[in-house]
Design a protein around this ligand. Structure first.
Ligand code: ZN
Length: 283
């Protein structure tokens, strides 16, 4: 079972891989560029990317990139849409150079234009990105949202509708546990967990999990992550996900709100404890 975490690439990619490994992670996620901007990213350092790749191989570590939050592939604003396509294209190039298996992007916000428009706009954007970026060995991973404001992609049906025209070799999903809980698609009282995991069309495209507890209650439609076992989802529910055999081969990445990066060592430790603590006896 792979458990990774989000790490800073401020000191370069190879340093980020080393940091992840030192934290006890066998996966890392990094921001492809400043998460709040489109511009100002340093030019891709190919040598550093190459060094990072060989460390990943040496330590058996995998990675994914995370696109900036400003990207909005469903935006009715033509300029923002164009910048989003451009930025995401670059992100795939960066991810490929670093040997990442995917780049995660949040589903878009169509503002007042509605779901149907948002789905079509996102498909148009994805089509443009895929036609520009070399994409043979990297997935574009659509992340489910918490359904804040006009965000689409908060239900499995919406994710499937967006991805439908594309091959599962190019477009997949990253499932964020907190977003699913906050969006109300993951009923804490359902012992089957996220029922969508039983749908082959969803599972066939699921390549990564963002593993987070929640600061807000079920169905609150807010994107607020919490440390593992300290939030409203709680340990029992999180343990059920960690030990779900349908997810056993899928890398998990923590994005929990640690004060400092070294604290991820404790978070990873907590996950490994939950994994190995066995099934609780019935009360
Ligand atoms: Zn996430």
């Amino acid at each position: 079972m792979r458990i990774g975490c989000h790490v800073s690439v401020a000191k370069g990619y190879a340093a980020a891989v080393r940091d992840a490994h030192d934290l006890g992670a066998d996966g890392l996620q990094y921001f492809t560029k400043n998460p709040r901007g489109f511009r100002g990213q340093k030019a891709l350092n190919r040598e550093d990317a190459e060094r990072g790749r060989s460390l990943m191989e040496q330590w058996d570590v995998v990675s994914i990139g995370h696109a900036p939050y400003l990207i909005n592939l469903a935006s009715p604003d033509d300029e923002l849409f164009r910048l989003s396509v451009e930025a995401l294209t670059q992100d795939l190039v960066i991810g490929q150079a670093r040997g990442s298996f995917g780049v995660v992007v949040h589903c878009g916000k169509p503002k007042t234009m509605g779901l149907e428009y948002g789905i079509r706009r996102m498909q148009d954007g994805i089509r443009q990105v895929l036609s520009r970026a070399v994409k043979d060995d990297i997935w574009l991973l659509l992340e489910n949202t918490a359904g804040q404001g006009s965000e689409i992609g908060y239900t499995v049906e919406q994710l499937l509708a967006i991805a439908q025209p594309f091959s599962a070799q190019q477009v997949g999903f990253c499932l964020d546990t907190q977003h699913a809980f906050a969006a109300g698609i993951w009923d804490p009282n359902d012992p089957a967990g996220i029922s969508a995991l039983s749908q082959p069309s969803f599972r066939d495209r699921l390549y990564a999990v963002h593993f987070n507890d929640s600061k807000v209650p079920f169905g609150a439609r807010k994107d607020r992550h919490q440390l593992i076992g300290r939030g409203t989802m709680g340990e029992a529910m999180l343990k059920a996900v960690l030990t779900d055999p349908r997810l056993a081969d899928i890398p998990f990445f923590l994005e929990t709100p640690v004060d400092r990066q070294p604290q991820y060592a404790d978070e990873i430790q907590r996950c490994r404890q939950l994994l190995s603590s066995g099934t609780d006896p019935a009360p």
